[in-house]
Design a protein around this ligand. Structure first.
Ligand SMILES: [Mg+2]
Length: 228
């Protein structure tokens, strides 16, 4: 099964692309990032907390902390002011364990990035990862070199706002009339792209099925980049 293609131009004809990281570019099979959350939650709440009951996929790192602390009934006022410190701690936690990161590049990702770069497109990431953690993952997989701009979740807890920041950077690089396209693996990516008025290519290489992604009406839906 393939999806209808309602992209406003050819998939490789945009001026700039915003790529989600986890489930779109790479798969991360270790729990280092997860344990960084648990460590941060313990620091912020003074007790052992985990991410049970929290929606992590499609969320942002700051949003995941917010949702876990809300579930544990830790008031906002108790932790918001400590976010800069916690961001740094989470980054250092993963940095110290970067050898344990178990990341693999998803099928045909390198080909897609190289193809788009050859066509002169500017490539960026728009991700729920904190900058330091996302960069470690991209560096380890050799993908960091492809990207000219990035929206991270350091200062934005909602994906729509992360994307908006990345869009501003893309337009600054390519001009205010540049045609942009998002690539992501979650319903949240599709919603955040559409909230910013952008078309989206959804790819079912994360935890969400092709059928689930189709429900959010992406302009194009792929089983993997092999479909391109
Ligand atoms: Mg993802």
């Amino acid at each position: 099964m393939t999806s209808p293609n309602t992209l406003p131009r050819a998939w490789d004809g945009f001026d700039a692309y915003l790529f989600d990281i986890d489930g779109t570019l790479i798969e991360c099979t270790d729990a280092t990032h997860y344990f960084a959350f648990c460590d941060a939650l313990k620091t912020l709440s003074g007790r052992e907390l985990n991410l049970d009951g929290v929606v992590a996929h499609g969320n942002t790192d700051i949003g995941i902390l917010r949702d876990a602390l809300a579930l544990a009934e830790v008031p906002d006022a108790d932790w918001r002011a400590r976010l800069p410190e916690i961001r740094a701690t989470m980054g250092s936690f993963v940095e110290a364990r970067k050898e344990q990161l178990c990341t693999t590049v998803l099928p045909r990702v390198q080909d897609v990035l190289q193809h788009l770069q050859r066509r002169g497109a500017r490539l960026g990431v728009a991700t729920g990862n904190l900058e330091q953690i996302g960069k470690l993952k991209l560096k380890q997989t050799g993908l960091l070199q492809y990207f000219d701009f990035a929206g991270w979740s350091d200062n934005d807890e909602y994906r729509t706002d992360v994307f908006r920041g990345a869009v501003e950077q893309a337009l600054a690089l390519c001009g205010s009339h540049a045609a942009l396209c998002v690539l992501g693996d979650t319903p949240a990516d599709i919603l955040a792209a559409h909230a910013n008025g952008l078309p989206v290519i959804a790819v079912a290489t994360g935890i969400f099925s092709f059928e689930r992604l189709m429900e959010e009406k992406p302009e194009l839906c792929l089983h993997s980049f092999e479909d391109l």
